[in-house]
Design a protein around this ligand. Structure first.
Ligand code: DAT
Ligand code: MG
Length: 144
């Protein structure tokens, strides 16, 4: 990065398992404690259409339908957070995809596990690149 002052935005989702378990506040607490700014926060149940678009990169994979079904199974907290290198920073806060092996200290490592359901309940989504962040923020928050 050439411009040290360049700020970034990322899309964070607290997934339906996180909402059902009452962990939305804990996720927001970690984002804020890390020093990132909350730009938008909205609790909503996403449509299948939105989720298929959100996860378009995974269309056709064996887990795609169950992933979309899980994500539509209840409300999610959609969040836009801002700060220098927030895209990478939130991915580190979240931890790796599988909660069983995600590092302790991370959201998925501290708060998640394999529940034996055949679908990964890993509490949060975070954009994985500036291109993904721009696409996902436009999808979830067209007004921003
Ligand atoms: P991440 O959420 O860490 O960015 P991803 O984008 O590769 O991971 O996948 C999106 C979600 O899909 C992930 O959070 C859980 C689920 N998923 C990914 N790979 C999977 C797999 N091999 N089997 C079942 N679910 C999977
Ligand atoms: Mg991803």
């Amino acid at each position: 990065m050439t411009d040290a002052q360049q700020t970034e935005r990322t899309l964070i989702l607290v997934k339906p398992d996180g909402i059902r378990r009452g962990l939305a506040g804990e996720v927001l607490r970690r984002v804020e404690a890390k020093g990132y700014l909350l730009v938008a926060v909205d609790l909503r149940t996403a449509t299948t259409e939105l989720l298929e678009e959100h996860y378009a990169e995974h269309a056709g994979k064996p887990f795609f339908d169950s992933l979309v079904e899980f994500m539509a199974s209840g409300p999610v907290l959609a969040v836009v957070a801002e700060g220098n290198r927030v895209i990478e920073g939130f991915r580190v806060l979240a931890g790796t995809t599988e909660p069983t092996t995600a590092a302790p200290g991370s959201i998925r490592g501290d708060l998640g596990r394999d529940w034996g359901l055949g679908v990964t309940h890993n509490l949060v989504h975070g954009s994985d690149s500036p291109e993904s962040a721009a696409r996902e923020i436009a999808l979830w928050f067209p007004v921003l």
